[in-house]
Ligand binder design. Sequence first.
Ligand code: NAD
Ligand code: ZN
Length: 358
Amino acid sequence: MFRNLKAVGRVLYGRNSFDQLDEVMGELRVNEDSFVLFLVDEYFEGKELMKRIPMHSQDILKIIEVKEEPKTKIVDEIVAEVKSLGKGNPVSVVGIGGGSAMDYAKATRLMFTNEGSSAQYQGLDFIKNKGVHCTVIPTISGCGAEVSMTTVLTGPVKKLGIKGNYTPADQLLLDPELIKTVPEPQRFYTAMDCYIHNIEALNGHRKTVMGDSLGHESLRLCREIFLSEDSRTSENDEKLMIASYLGGLSLTYSEVGACHAISYGLASVTGVHHGEGNCIVFNQLEEFYPDGVKEFRAMMKNNNIDLPVGFNANRTPDEIEKMIDVSLTLIFMWAHVCGPDWQKIITRDKLRGLLMKM
Ligand code: NAD
Ligand code: ZN
């Protein structure tokens, strides 16, 4: 059986298209009580962009902390707070920021129409009711959350996405002007999440012509950007935004692989952010992706990026074993990398050896 896949609904794309957001929201407002819930990455507090957010008097704007990755608890708190106002449901939940702010928007919108805590819905296809409308506006590019079927959340028990047909956003706004302020090395780390998605999607048992075609184009853009003389031009920002979009779509038709499987383990113990964690792991995966790792290092060199050295040097044996435990639960990823007999290849010893090199 093939899954009838759902991607983002409408896509507004273009430089300064952010200025059309009021028009897009206007189509959703049905009467003067209609309100929009804006969830905005904390970076923008006090910045110029705040003044450009088309707030109407009844709208609600919340600044979202993104130092730690999104939590079910915060999703539940936002929904409870808005519901307590007795204004009904928003006509759209708009996430403005990176993967974290966008995932908050994608999760929050679901909890206006599904009972209980968002933690109950972590996993595949647990959401039963369509959420309210959701708009995502990336301000840093690479993670692919703008188009994916997942919203990654940390709950009281697990870090796992809410994934299903109701999870993708309804509206995406791609304005390359919004990502120009992202500092290094954050921009590189998040962009490499996209590069790694492509390498992993293109190299494994679950690859498809659909996934490959999207992944190859995304990869071509990543190469143009990060092997160029100056990766930080306006043109390269635009290419990066599209690479992230295509890379995210490509994953819908394939799977991530060894880097993500190990990086989830690494993050579960250290809390390292997704993009940085992926870079630390990928740098040690020549055995799985020899050409990709070589090219990744060339990109690092070309962009003067130094990865943390000895990241796992002082971890206790228990911490390393916990990383291995988490990594081994990601069976779809490992089956994509090594096939159905992956357990014969991916042993605890192998993972321990790799983790100790990081
Ligand atoms: P992020 O959202 O964590 O943001 C990284 C940093 O960049 C933050 O400090 C943020 O304030 C800052 N930032 C954002 N825009 C900026 C701008 N224009 N100028 C300056 N600073 C800016 O980063 P990310 O890498 O996009 O997302 C990572 C998150 O996404 C993780 O929580 C991860 O689990 C999740 N993720 C989700 C998916 C998915 O499919 N849903 C896929 C991969 C990762
Ligand atoms: Zn990723």
